[in-house]
Write a protein of this length. Sequence first.
Length: 202
Amino acid sequence: MKPLTIPITSALVEDYAEKHTSPEDAVLHDIYRWAHLHTPQPRMASGHYQGRLLQTFSEMIRPKRAIEIGCFVGYSTICIARGLCEEGRLDAIEVNEEYEDIILKNLNTANLTDKVKLHIGNALEVIPQLGESIDNGDICVILVLIVTLDGCLALVGENGGRVIHGNHTADKVHMIVCDGGALLCEVIIRLLILPQRNHLAL
C-alpha cells in the first residue's frame, strides 16, 4: 500500500470539525501554541480535534495500562492520560531528548505526573525494560512508525491489546493487534480509517 500523497480532508472540514468539538482547555491550548512558536514541526502536536479523539478513545476503554510511542511535547500524552482509570498509568516514550523538559513541564501543569512515566529513548530499547506487555483492556497509542516486527510483538500480551496507530500503512502492526498478538500466515484485518490529518487507523 502506497502512502497517501494528498490531504485526506480539506481545511474546511477540519475547521468545521474543530468548531463543533468540545473546546480544548487552557493547558492544551498553551501547549499547542508553544509547539508552533518553538518547534520546527509544530503539526507533530496532536492538536484540538485529534487530541479530543484520543481522549475519547481512552475514556471509552478506561485502561489500567497504556503505552504511547512518540509524544512530541506531550499534547497527546495528556489527552490519553486523562482517560485512564483511577489507578491507571501511562508509559510515554519519546526518542528526542530535547523535548524531555517541556514534556515534564506540561505534565506537571496538567497535574498528571502521578499517572505518566516518561521514558526518553528508542522505543524498541525501552519496551523490553518495561517488564510487562499489554493485555486485553489496555491500549497502545503509536504516533510514530514502528517497522520492526519483534519490537511490536513485545507490546502485545496473550489476550491482545488495542492499538491506535498514526500511520495506516503499517500493516505489520495491524496484523499483530487484530490477531490478539499471534503472528499467523494469513490474517483478516478489520481496518477503519478515520479522515484525520494523521490518518488514524483502528
